[in-house]
Design a protein around this ligand. Structure first.
Ligand code: BGC
Length: 789
């Protein structure tokens, strides 16, 4: 390839395509957003009219399914739709952490927990790529606010970065090998993600072994050559003629080594080769089909059989929108979280419900997805009202529905804090209907969208007033919430017996909500984020979204339940919470070892029984607690989950396997994951706050990692290595004049004043001459002192 051809491959050909090099048969890849549906635009349009495609539940809904297998199925359907629409690469999943309930893009993201996001994301990517369509992890990294999103500097310490903000990316890269990763707009500790060598090369490629290509978010490139050197392979969108010239000139002038350019081109070509392989396969499949057809003519007997097989194959590979809609409904049913159900008000029985008031404009005009690049043009759209109407029609007059709008629905995804107009009259009508009914189902919600964070986590004022007014007139109120993040419920939660978190459930959300309300399906979603009582309880409250160009991750590791646990703050609903119409009992916790080394794995199993009267699914969660640790650790960390399906009365065993990494924390001093010798508690439960079983294991670390030491290391750190202890004894015997210090050194109980001193300052204090100082420093052997204790 010529230098110019190589430079051309480092940017898109247009808004959605990579460049082709026809001369040597390099095809162009067509990309489309995601993540929860294919938003196929024309090649030169950013936000136009996308081709119709199935709108699945959005990320935060899927996150609450806690079902990796389901995510894989959704991913595979997206892969088939992508192929059908001529899309080669899906721009999803989005796996940023839900740090604050205010982030405008929360609806695209799975969870506040990196293990949950990582596992679900790995399932999703595996599903998409099983159809030979690429998936793209985004937005790498620390893109947790929409505030000043193209310039904001996310300031985060190294341990938090590793344990919280990079961990989901790492898990998915290692497990599912995504074709691509999209770097974010923001800076991370002062450097644009698009120019961050440590993130894009040292960590992503060299440490995690990423083999795909790195692309920029749309217009995230600042200095293209700096980006290339850092590991940014592809600039999007294109064309980027000026930057192509800049790259060529940089190589010619020696500013950029050609091997760096070659590497970037190589990464893009890996994906192009996968596409070419798929195209060749498709062609050969077609040829085979033709050949088979000819054979069929000759072999009449086999004809029927082969045709059937081909039909099955076509159905498997083809894009069946009706089947995908059915999957979107099943997925939505699994995502919906039953938050509260006092007095078992739910499920409603359609044959006995009587008159039900359906209140809230979102019952008829559903709030089912967010705004911005993730917005999908659905193939069809169900409303809860229509679906409930169907049930009423089948009830032989036993179920009678009435409707009141209650408020005006704002433009979907407007992100304007609800944008609803308060109307006393609308509320009055709703109250009237509710008071004449057996029960009221109130649909409320909060739109959200890209480019703008929310300013509070309350429902629109008109919705709050509606709930309060209706609840005053009707005891049997069921509130159904649509939105992409946690919302505050304090002003009304005590007044209503039942609450359902419907998330943004996609195009089949209407029937899914109706089916949960009337018990045709049993709720099994669990919260993938904590719902605090109020915004100021959220750990990022004081730092979100930030100011002066900086968003400071001041809460460190303590994101979500890690914080509420540590501070003993009671949330409205804890991480992992979700009710069912069944009940489940937990018993017989077993650990296959009481003691293990960090080279071994640990199996944890428990028996789960459905003690209710109907079939259901339970999400069994495993958390780990390190009993004694040199460094601070959260009280518990999710390290396993299983969604188990049980008939009434049935018992099943669930098993988890833990390895060293599951017991580790990231130690920035040694720049490694460290699992320390000591006791760990294994906590198995139905939510982070509802632990049902506990066991204990003793871990023996096989190596103790020591950070390299130098003249800046403290005396306390030097005391942990033999060369340091020997040198300090020498100092005591030969150099130290101060009798008190001498005694302390000899007895080994040095005062903190000395322990906290960097070595070079201590030497200055105790060595009488410069020659003594040089000799003493030499004894500490700084070059090689990382060895042993
Ligand atoms: C978004 C990405 C999206 C891209 C293309 C950007 O503004 O941040 O998530 O994939 O646009 O639409």
């Amino acid at each position: 390839m010529t230098l110019e051809e190589k430079a051309s491959l480092c940017a898109g050909a247009d808004m959605w395509r990579t460049a082709a090099v026809e001369r040597i048969g390099v095809p162009s890849l067509f990309m489309a957003d995601g993540p929860h549906g294919i938003r196929k635009e024309q090649a030169d349009v950013l936000l136009g009219g996308a081709a119709p495609a199935t709108c699945f539940p959005t990320g935060s809904a899927l996150g609450s399914s806690w079902n990796k297998q389901l995510l894989e199925e959704v991913g595979a359907s997206l892969g088939r739709e992508a192929r059908h629409l001529g899309v080669d690469l899906l721009l999803g999943p989005g796996i940023n952490m839900k740090r604050s309930p205010l982030n405008g893009r929360n609806f695209e993201y799975y969870s506040e927990d990196p293990y949950l996001s990582g596992e679900l994301g790995a399932g999703f990517v595996a599903g998409v790529q099983s159809e030979h369509v690429g998936a793209t992890l985004k937005h790498f990294a620390c893109n947790n606010t929409e505030h000043e999103r193209m310039t904001i500097n996310s300031v985060v310490d190294e341990r938090t970065l590793r344990e919280i903000y990079l961990a989901a990316f790492e898990r998915i890269v290692k497990q599912a090998k995504p074709w691509a990763i999209m770097c974010s707009y923001n800076k991370v500790n002062g450097t644009y993600a698009a120019e961050h060598h440590e993130l894009l090369t040292a960590i992503l490629r060299e440490e995690w072994g990423f083999e795909g290509f790195v692309m920029s978010d749309w217009l995230a490139v600042d200095d293209r050559v700096v980006g290339l050197k850092a590991g940014l392979d592809l600039e999007m969108p294109g064309p980027a003629e000026a930057n192509a010239r800049y790259i060529v000139e940089a190589v010619r002038s020696g500013k950029l080594e050609e091997r760096v350019l070659n590497a970037a081109v190589g990464h893009v070509l890996v994906a192009a080769a996968k596409l070419a392989e798929r195209q060749a396969e498709q062609e050969s499949e077609q040829e085979q089909e033709q050949e088979q057809e000819q054979e069929q003519e000759q072999e009449q007997e086999q004809e029927q059989e082969q045709e059937q097989e081909q039909e099955q194959e076509r159905a498997r590979r083809g894009c069946d929108f009706a089947a995908h809609h059915a999957l979107a409904r099943r997925a939505a049913e699994e995502c919906i979280v039953l938050l509260k159900n006092s007095g078992e008000l739910l499920p409603l029985d359609p044959m006995q419900a009587g008159k039900i008031a359906v209140i809230g404009a979102f019952a008829q005009a559903p709030l089912y997805q967010g705004g911005g690049s993730a917005k999908v043009n659905p193939t069809q759209l169900e409303s809860a009202w229509e679906e409930m109407g169907r049930l009423a029609a089948q009830s032989g007059g036993q179920l009678v529905l009435t409707y009141a709008a209650g408020y005006e629905a704002a433009a979907e995804g407007s992100g304007e804090g609800g944008g609803m107009q308060q109307g006393e009259q609308l509320i009055g009508e709703a109250v009237q209907l509710a008071s004449e009914s057996e029960a009221a189902v109130i649909f409320v919600g909060m739109p959200e969208g890209e480019s703008r964070d929310r300013t509070d986590m309350d429902l629109p004022a008109a919705h709050i007033q509606l709930i309060q007014s209706v609840a005053a007139a009707q005891r049997n109120c069921i509130v159904v919430i649509n939105g992409g993040s946690a919302i505050a419920m304090q002003p009304w939660i005590e007044a209503v017996p039942a609450v359902i978190m419907g998330w943004l459930p996609g195009q089949a959300g209407g029937s899914a909500i109706a089916s949960i309300l009337f018990g045709q399906s049993n709720p099994s979603g669990k919260l993938s984020e904590t719902f605090p009582v109020k915004l100021s309880d959220n750990p990022s409250f004081l730092n979100f979204p930030g100011e002066n160009g900086i968003t400071l991750y001041g809460e460190g590791l303590y994101v979500g339940y890690r914080y509420y646990d540590k501070k003993a703050i009671q949330p409205q609903f804890p991480f992992g919470h979700g009710l069912s119409y069944s009940t489940f009992s937990y018993s017989s916790l077993k650990l296959n070892k009481a003691m293990l080394t960090d080279q071994e794995t640990l199996n944890v199993s428990a028996q789960i029984t459905n003690t209710g009267s109907r079939a259901g699914m339970e999400v069994v969660q495993l958390y780990v607690h390190d009993q004694e640790s040199e460094w601070g650790r959260p009280d518990k960390e999710l390290k396993g989950f299983v969604k188990v399906s049980l008939q009434a009365g049935q018992t099943k065993e669930v098993t988890f396997t833990l390895e060293k990494r599951d017991l580790s924390y990231y130690n920035p001093k040694v720049r490694q994951w460290v699992a320390e010798t000591g006791r760990f508690t294994l906590l198995v439960g139905s939510s982070s706050a509802d632990i049902r079983l506990q066991g204990e294991v003793f871990l023996k670390a096989t190596e103790k990692l020591e950070a390299p030491k130098d003249a800046n290391s403290t005396i306390s750190e030097w005391l942990t290595v033999p060369s340091g202890r020997v040198a300090l004894q020498y100092a005591a015997e030969h150099l130290v004049k101060d009798e008190v210090l001498k005694g302390e050194l000899e007895r080994g109980d040095l005062h903190d004043f000395y322990k906290q001193m960097p070595l070079y300052k201590f030497v200055k204090l105790v060595a009488p001459t410069e020659a003594d100082a040089v000799r003493l420093i030499g004894m500490f052997n700084p070059i090689n002192a990382s060895d042993q204790t």
